[in-house]
Ligand binder design. Structure first.
Ligand SMILES: Cc1cc2nc3c(=O)[nH]c(=O)nc-3n(C[C@H](O)[C@H](O)[C@H](O)COP(=O)(O)OP(=O)(O)OC[C@H]3O[C@@H](n4cnc5c(N)ncnc54)[C@H](O)[C@@H]3O)c2cc1C
Length: 315
């Protein structure tokens, strides 16, 4: 039984790293197939995927007007050629919609937000954070499964030594007219990529105004860090775009250092930072819940401490 990896080239490479960690993994998930989604504007990214050692690579060219339904139909077509025991994709908003549809049509159980795939007694076991990250659930796969992987930060690695057969699929063939995309408008995006950041300086409602966030940006610049935030900063106050939002309904991050400034540490925020190596909290309230999770805590007013920290770092 085979595995099918679905995603954009960078996602396929990341998943390949996560599912080929050991010989045991290979014995369970081999042979590997993939459907690579390639946007017409980014056609030159396939080389690395071709070198992974996939048995077969289906290339699905997309445009701004390709609908998720079209993609789902193409993937179901691929899945009708042979039976796949495991389907893998990254747990992004788009893949959640696409793979839920595909899994339902193939009558496969779906495991969303999977943190890790381990092998126990020659069986794949998935780990997932539940109850806002307070508990890790180990989930054994009894038969087949569609698995959505949260950010893994796995190193890219070769899957197999076979020569990859490539087939291009014509997306227009799968348009059935039920949904037609007229225009797609990109959301305003900042260059922030929290999932890959080694250091994150994260801001919460302890900041009194949008203008004050420049303190955090200055500190982040000095530390070569990215800026994250709690939900109210992005969703309610709209001081930062959504890409900065960390937590249960935001990004799950795994930096080496997570510096939480003026963040109280509610479970929904902690759910996004469970995998941070070191958490440092700055909060003026000694009873703030964040201190229960922090490796280092500073009880201080951020408006006094951060300028001093910036001054020191500049020196
Ligand atoms: C379904 C659901 C999903 C959610 N998902 C998320 C999510 O993904 N991410 C998320 O973050 N939240 C999420 N939330 C919201 C979450 O419950 C909290 O409301 C939110 O995390 C609080 O944000 P905060 O810590 O910035 O603000 P607050 O809770 O208001 O905390 C502000 C902190 O700043 C401190 N402070 C104030 N002034 C200063 C100062 N001068 N110096 C230092 N410290 C100071 C205060 O002591 C306080 O601890 C979700 C909620 C629900 C119901």
């Amino acid at each position: 039984m085979a595995s099918l990896i679905i995603g954009y080239p960078n996602e396929i490479i990341e998943i390949a790293g996560a599912i080929s960690k050991s010989k045991d993994h290979a014995s369970i998930f081999k042979p590997y197939y993939a459907v690579a989604l390639i946007h017409e504007k980014e056609e030159n990214q396939l080389q690395e995927v071709k070198e992974l050692g996939l048995t077969k690579l289906y290339v699905l060219k997309t445009t701004d007007k390709t609908s998720t339904q079209q993609l789902a139909k193409a993937i179901l077509d691929v899945a009708s050629n042979q039976s796949y025991k495991y389907i893998f994709a990254k747990s992004t908003k788009m893949m959640k919609e696409l793979i839920s549809y595909v899994a339902q049509k193939l009558d496969m159980p779906l495991s969303p937000e999977t943190n890790e795939i381990i092998v126990k007694d020659s069986k794949p076991v998935l780990t997932r954070s539940i109850m806002a990250g307070r508990v890790i659930m180990y989930q054994e796969i009894m038969d087949s499964a569609a698995i959505l992987l949260a950010s893994t930060k796995s190193e890219a690695s070769k899957l197999d030594s076979v020569q990859t057969e490539i087939e291009e699929l014509d997306t227009s063939k799968y348009q059935d007219g039920s949904i037609r995309i007229l225009e797609r408008k990109e959301k305003e995006r900042s260059a922030v990529k929290l999932e890959d950041a080694d250091i994150i300086v994260s801001v919460g409602r302890g900041f009194k105004s949008k203008d004050d966030l420049k303190l955090a940006f200055e500190l982040a610049d000095l530390l070569n860090a990215q800026v994250g935030c709690s939900r109210p900063i992005a969703a309610d106050l709209k001081w930062l775009p959504e890409e900065h939002w960390v937590g249960l309904s935001g990004k799950k991050v795994r930096p080496k250092i997570y510096l939480a400034i003026g963040i109280s540490g509610q479970p929904q925020h902690i759910a996004g930072i469970n995998n941070a190596k070191t958490i440092i909290a700055i909060n003026k309230d000694p009873n703030a819940p964040i201190f229960k999770y922090a490796d280092y805590g500073v009880v201080a007013d951020l408006y006094e401490l951060i300028p001093k920290l910036i001054e020191k770092l500049k020196k």
